[in-house]
Design a protein around this ligand. Sequence first.
Ligand code: PGA
Length: 251
Amino acid sequence: MRKNIVAGNWKMNTTLPEGLALAKGLDEALKGKSVNCDVIIGTPFTHLASIAAAIDTTKIGVAAENLADKESGAYTGEVSAAMVASTGAKYVILGHSERRAYYHETPEILKQKVLLALAHGLTPIFCIGEVLAEREAGKHFEVVDSQITASLFDLSTADFGKLVLAYEPVWAIGTGKTATAAQAQEIHAHIRQTIAAKYGKEVAENTSILYGGSCNAGNAKELFSNPDVDGGLIGGASLSVDKFLPIVEAF
Ligand code: PGA
């Protein structure tokens, strides 16, 4: 079922006490409020269990920011889908452009991660998006289509239906440069068409597609008012309750 979602991506920020305080602050701020979207926070692995235990996870879903591409075993330093699921986290951000660029995550690796997440009952928030040179060359549609096809289009219809997608133009991430509402709508509609061509109109209509990249309290309302923009994946502005809450309330 298509949902409105506002998800925070804390990235490699906050110590455990700082992260706990942030999560509890958000939990407190949302108490007694009825909001028109699902709220998720993506936190470092080290914080997941403590945060999931400290907040009302029926109101705020907890997400990991990555997963191993292996089930278990001799992979020193890796964190598996089963481990993440055992913390109480229900979501995992996969395919973020920072993981693709700095940690060389290929479409094939991401495909494995998506399968493992699904096998352990986690909802992937799967990120796609072009870099500036690709946008300037008019290749953005092609780029997102190939990212989706390579990592996700071997999934069954039932499994694809469990995903959340996040379109994040790399040139807008952490740069203060946001895609215009029209640019976001144009490519989100295109992504939905690509999904419809593979899995049918119903699946496409039921897929939540979030926008990410310098989304903030000032631009969230306009971005989210587009028919194909179902919410946001929020980096910088998810690191304080004061900045994140107005984005949640933009719906
Ligand atoms: P930003 O990050 O909101 O700081 O641009 C978004 C993201 O990387 O998910």
